[in-house]
Design a protein around this ligand. Structure first.
Ligand SMILES: *Cc1c(COP(=O)(O)O)cnc(C)c1O
Length: 398
C-alpha cells in the first residue's frame, strides 16, 4: 500500500504553474493571433452570419490539418454529433454504443435521434472505450443478421458505436475498427477533445466513417461556440453540408428546400475566430506537451498518484491533463479537489458517468466497473497553453 500525502500532490502541481499566478483556471482560451483582424474584417465586410469566406477557409484549414477529406463547420460539437448519427443512418428505436465516461453531449445526441444510448465500459490504458471487453460483450448479447448487428435481448439494431478520445488521449482504434468491420456497426469518433491528437501517426476523427469536433470556449481551439463534421466520404460530406444548411436547393434567387433539415451552420464571425485560432494550434500543442512533461516530472516522485501519459501508439494533444489516484486512495479524491481549489488551483473530477444520471439510468449497458473505478480517482489539473511560454516546436511521430 503506497502512502498518499495530499499536500505533496498539491505542491507538485503548484510547482508546474507560474508562481506569480494566484488563481489558475482549468483551461482558458488564448487570443494572441490574428483574431481581432479577422473578426474586424468580418464586421467591415458585413458578412457576419451565414455566408462568407471565413467558413470556407476554416473548413479547408480543418480538412488539411486533420487529413479528413471534408470538414463541415457547424454551430457546436453537439450539433456535429447529431448530424454524424443521422449520416450513419441511425433511426428511431436503434441502439447506439458509447462510453459511459463522456461529456453529456455524446449521449444527448443519440437521444435527439430518438435512439437508445447503450453504454460501453472504458479502459484505464486509454480512458476510452475498451475494445476487447466490448467485443466479448457484443458476442454475448447479439449477432450480425445480414448487414445489421442485432441486440438479441431487445431485438433492436445496434447501428453505431461512438468512441470518444478522452481529454485528448486516443482510443486504441485498430481493434475498434476490426470490431466494427466484423459486426457491421458504423464507427463515429467524438473527437471534440482531440484536435491535434494522432493514433499511429494519423489524426483522430479521420478513422471513423464520421468524426466530430468542438470549438467551445474550453476546447484547444475555440470559435466561441462551434463544431465540425469530418468524413473521408465526399457524398457524406456533401450531405452534411446540405442538412446543416436547411437543405436549401442551390439557386441564385429562389428559396426552395428539399427536406426537413437543420440550421446548424457556423456563423462567419465565429469561423473568422476559428481561422485565427487554427494558425496558433501548433504552438498550443507544443505548449500543452511541455506542460504535460512538467507535470510528469514533478509528479513522478510523489507516492499514491500517477500522471497519465500517452501510450506508444498515441500522440496526444494533452487537452486536459489527468492525474489518477492509486486505487486504494480513491476515497481521498474530493479532499484533493478541495485542497487544490481552495489554494486557487482549479481542478475537477471527470463527468458523472452517463448511467448515473437520471435520464440515462435505465439505459442498456454492459458491466461498467472500469468507468466507475476511473471516475472515482481521476482529476483534471490546469492545462491552458498560456501556462507555458515559448514552447519548443514538436513534430508528430508518424
Ligand atoms: C465539448 C464536447 C462535445 C461538444 O460540445 P459543444 O459544447 O456542443 O461544442 C462533445 N463531446 C465531448 C466529449 C466534448 O468534450
Amino acid at each position: 500500500m503506497s502512502e498518499l500525502d495530499l499536500q505533496s500532490v498539491a505542491a507538485a502541481v503548484r510547482r508546474v504553474l507560474p508562481p506569480e499566478m494566484p488563481r489558475v483556471a482549468l483551461h482558458e482560451p488564448e487570443f494572441a493571433g490574428r483574431e481581432w483582424e479577422y473578426v474586424k474584417d468580418c464586421l467591415d465586410s458585413g458578412w457576419v452570419s451565414s455566408v462568407g469566406s471565413y467558413v470556407d477557409r476554416f473548413e479547408q484549414q480543418l480538412a488539411e490539418f486533420t487529413g479528413a477529406g471534408r470538414a463541415v463547420a457547424v454551430a457546436n460539437g453537439t450539433a456535429a454529433l447529431h448530424v454524424a448519427l443521422i449520416l450513419a443512418g441511425v433511426e428511431p428505436g436503434d441502439e447506439v454504443l458509447l462510453p459511459a465516461l463522456t461529456f453529456i453531449a455524446t449521449a444527448n445526441a443519440v437521444s435527439y435521434c430518438h435512439a437508445v444510448p447503450h453504454f460501453a465500459d472504458v479502459e484505464e490504458r486509454t480512458l476510452g472505450v475498451d475494445p476487447e471487453k466490448l467485443a466479448a460483450y457484443l458476442d454475448d448479447i447479439g449477432e450480425r443478421r445480414g448487414g445489421v448487428f442485432v441486440n438479441r435481448h431487445t431485438r433492436r439494431a445496434i447501428r453505431a458505436l461512438i468512441v470518444m478520445h478522452s481529454f485528448g488521449q486516443p482510443v486504441d482504434l485498430d481493434p475498434v475498427l476490426e470490431l466494427c468491420a466484423r459486426t457491421g456497426i458504423t464507427l463515429i469518433e467524438d473527437a471534440a477533445e482531440s484536435l491535434g491528437t494522432y493514433y499511429k501517426g494519423r489524426h483522430t476523427g479521420s478513422f471513423g466513417r464520421i468524426g466530430t469536433l468542438s470549438f467551445n470556449g474550453n476546447k484547444i481551439v475555440t470559435t466561441g461556440g462551434g463544431g465540425a463534421v469530418l468524413t473521408q466520404d465526399a457524398a457524406l460530406g456533401a450531405r452534411a453540408k446540405h442538412i446543416t444548411t436547411t437543405a436549401k436547393v442551390p439557386h441564385r434567387w429562389a428559396y426552395a428546400h428539399d427536406e426537413v433539415a437543420f440550421n446548424y451552420r457556423l456563423p462567419n464571425l465565429n469561423a473568422a475566430l476559428g481561422c485565427a485560432q487554427l494558425e496558433q494550434l501548433p504552438r498550443f500543442l507544443a505548449a500543452k506537451r511541455a506542460l504535460a512533461e512538467a507535470y510528469e516530472r514533478e509528479l513522478a516522485p510523489v507516492a499514491g498518484v500517477r500522471f497519465f501519459r500517452e501510450l506508444p501508439f498515441a500522440h496526444s494533444n494533452y487537452w486536459l491533463n489527468v492525474v489518477l489516484l492509486d486505487r486504494e486512495h480513491a476515497a481521498h479524491r474530493d479532499e484533493l479537489l478541495a485542497l487544490t481549489n481552495d489554494s486557487g488551483i482549479m481542478t475537477r473530477p471527470a463527468w458523472t458517468p452517463m448511467h448515473q444520471l437520471p435520464m440515462y439510468s435505465a439505459a442498456p449497458r454492459m458491466d461498467l466497473s472500469a468507468t466507475e473505478d476511473l471516475h472515482a480517482r481521476l482529476i483534471n489539473v490546469p492545462s491552458s497553453a498560456a501556462l507555458v511560454r515559448d514552447p519548443q516546436p514538436v513534430a508528430v511521430r508518424v
